[in-house]
Design a protein around this ligand. Structure first.
Ligand code: OAD
Length: 258
């Protein structure tokens, strides 16, 4: 069997970790068929973020923005979690069964981690599943016609747009997990949108072993302990298999000397 793309140090650190935290981005859903944002065929190559992901864009053309999010909702409704999501859910269950803690902080709004069985998930950029009134804040159900049933105000997608604050509870949980993690994985994110992109660096400064999984090293890769070059759907199942092999007493199957 060829060498794994990750180090034996990462496998050993994960096998010993009491606290594991993971940041995910659009790349983790790419193999499910959900487009990323900044890859050459990504959403922002075709669409304008200021029109579709800002309050001003929404107020200028609410019907266009609602139609685009309805299209994205429909896309994620058609797809299923992939091997990367499944591996993170498997790792969470195993770490927790051994008495540890595990958190996925995701920038994704697609709900695929939860559908794969991950239980400790915080959604840093909100969720496509939520819609709420811009006037009174009341949640709308999926059948909304775009008008709030409570006050008649406009209903908007429950996602975080450029210039908006992250949901405070989600952010606090993510930052807390990053600052306490023994191992921190940053998976499928270009790490250019802050504050989420700062979480791996928070973890690194606090002493975690920080590894990235991405076919293209991100902007922050140079500041991390390890960059595993590959897709999450290929790397994460192999990594979790390797950790489980250590727990089973079977040693590691990974590249030596790193
Ligand atoms: P990006 O589109 O910026 O980055 C996607 C990353 O996934 C890139 O680094 C790719 O190399 C990587 N990638 C692609 N395929 C992959 C695969 N199969 N496995 C692993 N990695 C893969 O997406 P995000 O970093 O999530 O915000 O973007 C952050 C935020 O910017 C999003 O949450 C969204 C966007 O504007 C809002 O809408 C507020």
């Amino acid at each position: 069997m060829p060498d794994a793309p990750f180090s034996s140090a990462l496998v050993a650190r994960l096998a010993d970790a009491r606290r594991v935290a993971v940041l995910t981005g659009a790349g983790v859903s790419a193999e499910s068929g959900v487009p990323t944002f900044r890859d050459p065929d990504g959403i922002w190559a075709r669409m304008r973020p200021e029109e579709l992901a800002s309050v001003d864009g929404f107020l200028a053309n609410p019907d266009l923005v609602q139609a685009w999010y309805a299209h994205r909702r429909e896309t994620v409704g058609r797809v299923t979690p992939n091997a990367g999501h499944d591996a993170l859910a498997r790792l969470e269950a195993a770490v927790e069964a051994r008495g540890g803690t595990f958190l996925v902080a995701t920038q994704n709004v697609d709900g695929l981690h939860q559908r794969a069985g991950s239980r400790s998930v915080v959604e840093l950029h909100g969720s496509l599943a939520r819609q709420f009134c811009i006037a009174c804040g009341t949640d709308a159900d999926g059948e909304t016609d775009g008008t709030c049933v409570a006050c008649g105000g406009r209903v908007r997608p429950g996602v975080v747009w450029f210039g908006e604050a992250l949901p405070p509870e989600a952010w606090d949980a993510a930052e807390n997990a990053a600052s306490r993690a023994d191992v921190f994985l940053t998976v499928g994110t270009s790490a250019v949108v802050y504050p989420a992109a700062g979480l791996p660096l928070v973890a690194k400064r606090a002493g975690a072993y920080v590894a990235e999984v991405n076919p293209v090293p991100s902007d922050i890769a140079g500041a991390l302990d390890e960059v595993v070059v590959g897709t999450s759907g290929a790397v994460l199942p192999a990594l979790v298999d390797a950790v489980e092999a250590v727990w089973a007493g079977g040693g590691t199957n990974s590249a030596d000397g790193r």
